[in-house]
Design a protein around this ligand. Structure first.
Ligand SMILES: O=C[C@H](O)COP(=O)(O)O
Length: 248
């Protein structure tokens, strides 16, 4: 099943999150062929978790710490997330890699922490523009994945990967669906059967084009997920795609 995930990043107060979910749940109530995920900021997880109970929408977090508890001021553990009803955690988003200096080693530890707690990590990988220009896209992706998933071959079915080219994030300049397809294929050849999402300037107009690619198994949506209507339209693109596939 395709996964369409919303990463709200550092947006929305609790009240705004509540308004969003109130509008969103009736829109998606008949969605059955697509897995839907909302990843609000930590401050809204509790409220959103209560609202999603019994619905067809799952809850994710945008980050976690690698330790279960202890003297880590300002951090949130996988145990705490699990306790709130979180099922997914975005790990290694490029905004954490490049703004906060999160290393591949830390990302690996976070993935292990998620797996230990029964949470499903969405590992984000992606090249910067200069990597792409230097012809290093595949090398960068390979290195990020090998380091993050080192020793975790047996757990690949419990992990999703999001290909998010750094230069495409929040720029309005997405990868072409064909370029995304090439990288997704490369990732599956490297890792084995794994669900690979695309992220980076996905919107209501281009979502269907990405979802038509054979190895695009879902989308990780930032900006266009902030409005419930437009996020719903992206989910609809996935439902439509599924219907077309079934129709042959
Ligand atoms: O996690 C989501 C991605 O960073 C994509 O963000 P964007 O849709 O605003 O480009």
């Amino acid at each position: 099943m395709k996964l369409i995930a919303a990463n709200w990043k550092m947006n929305k107060t609790q009240r705004e999150a509540e308004e969003y979910v109130s509008k969103f749940l009736p829109l998606v109530k008949d969605v059955t062929k697509t897995e839907i995920l909302l990843c609000p900021p930590f401050t809204s997880l509790c409220k959103v978790s209560q609202m999603l109970e019994g619905s067809n929408v799952k809850l994710g977090a945008q980050n976690c710490h690698s330790e279960k508890k202890g003297a880590f001021t300002g951090e949130i553990s996988t145990v705490m997330l699990k306790d709130l009803g979180v099922e997914y955690v975005i790990v290694g988003h490029s905004e954490r890699r490049w703004i906060f200096g999160e290393s591949d080693e830390i990302i690996h530890k976070k993935i292990v922490a998620c797996l230990e707690e029964g949470l499903r990590p969405i590992l984000c990988v992606g090249e910067r523009w200069e990597d792409r220009e230097a012809g290093m896209t595949f090398k960068v992706i390979e290195t990020q994945i090998k380091l993050a998933l080192s020793g975790l071959d047996a757990f690949v079915s419990k992990i999703d990967i999001a290909y998010e080219p750094v230069w495409a994030i929040g720029t309005g300049n997405p990868a072409t669906p064909e370029d995304a397809q090439l990288v997704h294929r490369f990732i599956k050849d490297l890792v084995g059967p794994v669900r690979v999402l695309y992220g980076g300037s996905v919107n209501t107009s281009n979502a269907g084009d990405f979802l038509r690619m054979p190895d695009v198994d879902g989308l990780l949506v930032g900006t266009a997920s902030l409005d419930p209507e437009s996020f719903f339209q992206i989910i609809q693109a996935s439902e439509n795609h599924h219907q077309q596939e079934e129709g042959g």
